[in-house]
Design a protein around this ligand. Structure first.
Ligand SMILES: Cc1cc2nc3c(=O)[nH]c(=O)nc-3n(C[C@H](O)[C@H](O)[C@H](O)COP(=O)(O)O)c2cc1C
Length: 263
């Protein structure tokens, strides 16, 4: 019998978290725990789960993959723990992200019972899938939440059998991409240190505010959060990014719907 449902997520712009909260709204009568793993300190200690916990793992899709901070593994450990994977993407495509999440989950000792690919507002180009997840998405995600708990309980009580989970995606995974790294204007910086403390990759040095380009996720959290507007892209990179986003917006105009997969 499932005694609690843990929702664990990486969510620099908050949409993956929102999607998981929508799924959680479908869970009735079983305690829910939310565990944020967006910051390096939140990923520093491995969290262990037993077979009576259902774990829902949510991540945004970056370049058709999981964010690079998870390529080496999850900071989670299952002990025959049922798991559900939720890939949240900006209405372009999720390519190999969901299969990568499933493989990471199974390598960490989880038993895959279901997965979802859900659309949310594109964090690099908010006109794509603007304001999603919307009411329609929320209703589907809530129903999914109800179903995953039922399925996890049926599997745990052996009234239903588990078959292998088959999600979309390919192995080997597609090559991970890169985007320009943000730069900070020292004339505008008020040295509050917020950027360094909220960087999900720990890529901004406290004190000097230098960016470790190899670690940077290009999530743009520093740009959006800076109260002084000190973070941005270099002028040439800004121009190129604006053109790329305009092209992407045209390419991704057609609404994509959430997809659900069952084991
Ligand atoms: C670096 C980067 C790469 C992205 N790559 C993709 C992608 O390959 N496909 C897609 O549809 N959306 C892509 N997105 C959009 C995010 O997947 C989407 O906005 C997601 O909702 C962000 O989750 P969050 O709000 O929890 O941070 C990308 C966003 C960033 C920052």
């Amino acid at each position: 019998m499932i005694q609690s449902v843990h929702f664990t997520f990486f969510s620099p712009s908050g949409k993956t978290r929102r999607t998981l909260q929508n799924i959680a709204s479908g869970i009735q009568g079983t305690p829910i725990v939310e565990k944020d793993m967006t910051l390096p300190a939140q990923r520093a200690v491995e969290t262990e789960f037993d077979e009576n916990t259902l774990v829902v793992i949510g991540m945004p899709v970056y370049f058709g993959r999981v964010p690079h901070v998870f390529h080496a593994g999850l900071p989670l450990r299952g002990r025959n723990t049922p798991a559900v994977y939720v890939a949240v993407y900006g209405n372009r495509d999720y390519e190999d992200a969901l299969i990568e999440m499933q493989n990471l989950g199974e390598q960490a000792g989880f038993i895959s019972i279901a997965a979802a690919a859900c659309v949310a507002e594109h964090s690099l180009c908010p006109s794509i899938a603007a304001n999603r997840p919307d009411g329609d998405d929320a209703a589907k995600q809530r129903a999914f939440g109800e179903q995953i708990l039922k399925r996890a309980n049926a599997i745990s009580e052996k009234t239903e059998r588990l078959s292998p989970l088959k999600v979309k995606g390919n192995v080997p995974y597609r090559e991970y991409g890169t985007l320009p790294v943000p730069v900070m204007d020292k004339n505008l910086c008020i040295e509050c240190g917020l950027c360094a403390s909220i960087c999900p990759a720990g890529a901004i040095a406290r004190g000097t505010f230098e960016v470790n380009a190899a670690a940077c996720l290009s999530c743009t959290r520093c740009i959006k959060a800076c109260p002084a507007g000190a973070w941005g892209l270099e002028e040439t990179a800004k121009q190129a990014a604006a053109e790329k986003m305009a092209h992407l917006a045209k390419l991704c105009a057609e609404r994509r719907e959430p997809e659900f997969f069952w084991a």
